[in-house]
Ligand binder design. Structure first.
Ligand code: ADP
Ligand code: MG
Ligand code: ZN
Length: 212
């Protein structure tokens, strides 16, 4: 990986599907920075309260203290003068301003490590992630293991029905392995799962034969 002199600000993005190890990788980098006695601060959106409000935790229970943030711009208010590394987990849930925030911090000489889902459960680019990936100096795209076929998984499969109460057409439904599973491109079904558990494929009814 990178070898930086102090004050060399940059943006690193760790992306991939759910269960691909993004949080684990973020924590690994954070812990190494702490070993190097660099002051680290970690932020996450308030919406991600799956395990804890004040920690970033991976699916295998590794964790580090973090501050829950409502709006991306608030991060700027909380970053201390002597902070050398800023970690941001679940960045896909932040507003677009997170891109400017990351850029500002990097120009200030801070190493910004951003982790987030590159795609939503429909396989579409997720929130501010495309722009973060574009402006980053370093991008790591991780894969999980497809629970259907065992090949590398790039997609997050929604396995519960979309509830009417969920915001953004159900795209922002925070959950762990009770709601999502990792799948490869070929096993992924992007259509919303109906209440009876079947996939409500848009456009192509089973009986439609011959037409394209
Ligand atoms: P992410 O932040 O990308 O959702 P985490 O870092 O929280 O992922 O968790 C990654 C861990 O999830 C893996 O090390 C593994 O222990 C576990 N895991 C559970 N299901 C899968 C899967 N289908 N593929 C890969 N890892 C999985
Ligand atoms: Mg995570
Ligand atoms: Zn598969």
């Amino acid at each position: 990986m990178y070898h930086r002199s102090p004050g060399y600000g940059c943006i690193e993005v760790v992306c991939g599907s759910m269960f691909s190890g993004k949080t684990e990788e973020l924590l690994r980098r954070v812990k190494r920075a702490q070993i190097a006695r660099q002051k680290v601060q970690v932020f996450k959106p308030v919406i991600d309260n799956r395990y804890s409000v004040d920690h970033v935790q991976s699916h295998n229970a590794n964790k580090v203290a973090s501050r829950p943030i409502e709006k991306a711009r608030d991060i700027l208010r909380f970053v201390d003068d002597n902070t050398r590394v800023v970690g941001i987990d679940e960045a896909q849930f932040f507003d677009e301003a997170v891109v400017e925030v990351a850029q500002k911090l990097a120009f200030r000489g801070i190493r910004v490590i951003v982790a987030g889902l590159d795609m939503d459960f429909r396989g579409q680019p997720f929130g501010p992630m495309p722009r973060l990936l574009a402006v980053a100096e370093d991008v790591t795209k991780l894969s999980a293991v497809c629970v259907v076929c065992g090949n590398p998984a790039s997609r997050s499969q929604r396995i519960v029905p979309t509830g009417a109460a969920e915001a953004d057409g159900g795209r922002i439904a925070v959950g762990g392995n009770e709601m999502y599973e990792a799948r490869c491109r070929f096993c992924h079904e992007p259509d919303v799962i109906a209440a009876n558990g079947t996939s409500s494929a848009s456009g192509a009814p089973e009986s439609a034969g011959g037409t394209e």
